[in-house]
Design a protein around this ligand. Structure first.
Ligand SMILES: [Zn+2]
Length: 333
């Protein structure tokens, strides 16, 4: 190594250090992937619009990103990423975890489902007994509707030859821990917690499907600037991040198409029952009891039938995807 080369490499090193110091802290922490390259790997060409939003189209799918936003639209469904896509010059940047476990899983489910099984569905009707859940007024309690929906879904799944268990099948008080314990004891391959929503803003209506955020990433209710440092905890539910995205996609799609309700998106929260699930897991919020229009629909058995049908279609699509994508271990009946 001659003296000139030594000098050149030293200058390059110094230039590199100075360049790093000049980059905002967020960009150093966020080691993202180029969005164009990620989308190209899933068969998409360059985006057709590239201003405030980037629209990627392939022969079978459309994905829309918004600049500096977690919200994307995958084939018409609203989905919240673990991390906002960052708008850069010429190319945007996406977190590797979203590239694989969110977008990759939704566009190409087979990879995400390879290790999953499909023998048993566990339904978890939210609340019960001393815990009524949200209240839609006039003794319209969430706990009765969650149980009603779960029973309707169970009947439909059984009609389709699917094994189903429920964490509770009557009006009983049950801790979150016991719900998880029961699900594990049954040997759940898919876990679905069923809820209804409420908000102080009585104008809000629509359905939401929740999955856990990736380790270290915020929930959709949290501010992103607090990301990285504090929440690096890996919970059991994170073993199935890719499959969770696939499951949520089919559930939300089923709910929307059968109820005609507003799409409030596939969101992220560390709810106890889904973060501690030892299988792909999701929590559906099937409508707002605090919205008088939605509440009056939910009070009708015919509408609850449609909610149940939507959930059932979502679960059946997920199960058939798992069945066709891998050879499951034999489970005793
Ligand atoms: Zn609830």
């Amino acid at each position: 190594m001659n003296k000139t080369f030594k000098m050149t490499s030293w200058v390059l090193w110094l230039a590199g250090v100075l360049a790093c110091l000049a980059v905002p802290a967020q960009a150093i922490v966020f080691r993202g992937l180029g969005l164009n390259e990620v989308m190209a790997s899933y068969g998409f060409g360059m985006p057709s619009e590239y201003g405030k939003s980037a629209v990627y189209r392939s022969r079978s799918a459309t994905v829309i990103f918004e600049a500096d936003s977690r919200r994307i639209v995958v084939n018409g469904l609203s989905v919240y990423l673990n991390r906002s896509v960052l708008k850069g010059a010429g190319n945007w940047v996406i977190s590797p975890v979203d590239a694989v476990d969110t977008i990759g899983a939704m566009l190409l489910p087979s990879r995400a489902l390879r290790k999953e099984s499909y023998a048993l569905v566990v339904l978890d009707p939210g609340h019960g007994g001393a815990d009524p859940g949200a209240n839609g007024g006039a003794s319209r309690e969430e706990k009765q509707y969650t149980l009603d929906i779960a029973k309707r879904v169970r009947a439909r799944l059984r009609d389709n030859g699917i094994r189903v268990m429920m964490t509770r099948d009557r009006d009983q008080t049950m801790s979150l821990d016991e719900r998880c314990w029961r699900s594990d004891k049954f040997g759940a391959d898919v876990f679905l917690s069923i809820h209804f929503n409420a908000s102080r803003d009585r104008l809000i209506s629509g359905v939401e499907t929740y999955i856990v955020p990736a380790p270290g990433y915020p929930t959709t209710a949290e501010a992103e600037r607090h990301v990285v440092a504090s929440r690096t905890r890996n919970c059991p539910g994170n073993k199935h991040d890719g499959a969770n995205s696939v499951l949520a996609q089919y559930l939300q799609k089923g709910l929307l198409s059968h109820t005609g309700s507003m799409d409030r998106g596939i969101r992220r929260a560390r709810f106890y029952v889904i973060r501690n699930a030892n299988c792909p897991a999701s929590l559906v919020e099937c409508g707002f009891l605090s919205n008088s229009r939605e509440m009056s629909k939910i009070a009708e058995a015919a509408y609850r039938d449609r909610v149940a049908e939507g959930i059932t279609r979502g679960l059946l699509t997920y199960l058939s995807r798992v069945r066709t994508q891998h050879l499951p271990p034999v489970k005793s009946m």
